[in-house]
Design a protein around this ligand. Sequence first.
Ligand SMILES: Nc1ncnc2c1ncn2[C@@H]1O[C@H](COP(=O)(O)OP(=O)(O)OP(=O)(O)O)[C@@H](O)[C@H]1O
Length: 388
Amino acid sequence: MSGIKLEKINKYFDKNHILKNLDLYIEDGDFMTLLGPSGCGKTTTLRVITGLENPEEGILTINGKEMINGAKGYYAPPSKRGLNLVFQSYALWPHMTVFDNVAFGLSINKMPKAEIRTKVESALEKMRIAKYKDRYPSELSGGQQQRVAIARAIVTEPRILLLDEPLSNLDAKLRLEMRAELKRLHRELKTTIVYVTHDQVEALTLSTKIAIFFEGNMVQVDTPRNIYRHPVDIRVADFIGNPKINFVDADCKYSNGSITTTSELGTLTVPCTQPPSGKVVLAIYPEDIQISSEKVEGGIPLSVYSVMPAGSETLFQLTTSGENLILAKVIGELDLPIGKMVWVTFPLEKVNVYDKETGVLVERGNGTGSSASAPAADHGTKLGASSF
Ligand SMILES: Nc1ncnc2c1ncn2[C@@H]1O[C@H](COP(=O)(O)OP(=O)(O)OP(=O)(O)O)[C@@H](O)[C@H]1O
């Protein structure tokens, strides 16, 4: 089987259990991002794949070939794994030009000079840095140095490229540019990429799949869309939301394929194929909330707590009591006075429900036929356009 397969990997540092029974399959051609908070084990996983760390237990196969077998004490050396790794600190040789830095890996393999030149020029072209080939690293910006590091990694045409936070030293604008470059590169080279980041936007932008880690456990592996829209537990939902997803505690009653939740947002009835055990948490995405300054049928009355313009969008904090704040994201510029009463609506089928006790996403079925009512009024919330 092609691709990278990790099976029941366990890694300890002294007595600390760092990777816990890790199972992960990275298909040939995937752009797989390992995502999670600091210290959750992303880099350790990458180092296990490359051979820089040996796990105590588990099996790693790369393109069908066994590279690690913990039970047999077998660990293939890094050089035999056919991988190429780019670290967070790109570590270029300061005394070599860009060309020589990129050529280095080919020169030590005793490749003919003409072939080296062709390959290096092609890698520099791909990273759009051909014009800097005679410069030294100190004469380049951080972003240009980053491109050199990636050119150096792709020049050997690895089937698998491992990137550990490769954009972390760049400013916001360069990061954006480099994300686009990496995405283009992945399409062009059709290389399998394993990418480590703690930046969820980067993960959602770049990846074909995302693996979410918490404290050495793999919590969810899925497409960016599913990770974003259907986080399997509340920790993932909390981590992935940008801006943060709203969580609202609610009591709930199950009856005949739906649950009725009662919270500060009133009574909401949503379809549900599996009754939760008790209290639930409603997860409402800020971008799903629509605000109207006039009373709308089914709208939930909230008052404006703060307004945060952010250029192309405006974030609002809304509240019933001043304690819990509901974040709403409106595209464009919009100003509303603090304390003003507004009416919010949101599509109920887009609300995720989590079991408060276990934090697990409650199975909702296909999400049709939902209705809701506001605390004061008694009418159904439905999709509604913002009106001001
Ligand atoms: N060589 C080591 N010796 C002891 N503990 C280590 C070593 N390397 C990593 N750890 C610990 O293992 C855990 C996982 O570290 P790892 O670097 O894999 O996390 P990470 O998810 O990549 O974090 P970050 O996003 O901060 O880079 C951390 O608690 C870290 O302190």
